[in-house]
Design a protein around this ligand. Structure first.
Ligand code: ZN
Length: 120
């Protein structure tokens, strides 16, 4: 995510303060679904909540956190929901995407951004 977008999220959500900027290694296209997840968590207001890492792995969103046991199931479901949305969202632009397996690195991308650039 570029600096402008990630800085805005850091200002808005104190829960992000615990992780370094490089601890949020996802593309701009996932900004909105991450923001939605953070808003949902804020509404739940779970105790013992701490974000450990947010990243892309094998083309999917990974949101690592800890929370007090009584909130674990609810939080698992909220995070799983965001991860399911990410599975269908281009990580570059946020349009409808799908997991692309025709390349060395798995990525969830729309048709436009799935075009593989080959150097001449
Ligand atoms: Zn795209």
């Amino acid at each position: 995510m570029d600096d402008e977008k990630s800085s805005a999220l850091y200002r808005r959500f104190p829960a992000l303060k615990g992780i370094e900027h490089h601890g949020m290694a996802i593309g701009n296209g996932w900004h909105d679904l991450l923001e939605q997840l953070l808003l949902d968590i804020e509404r739940l207001n779970p105790t013992g909540f701490k974000i450990l890492q947010i990243k892309e792995k094998f083309g999917g969103l990974r949101f690592y956190f800890q929370v007090d046991p009584e909130f674990q199931d609810t939080m698992n479901e909220m995070v799983a929901q965001a991860e399911r949305v990410a599975e269908k969202t281009c990580e570059v632009c946020g349009e409808l995407g799908e997991l692309r397996v025709d390349r060395p690195w798995l990525k969830t991308l729309c048709d436009t951004h799935s075009v593989i650039k080959r150097s001449a």
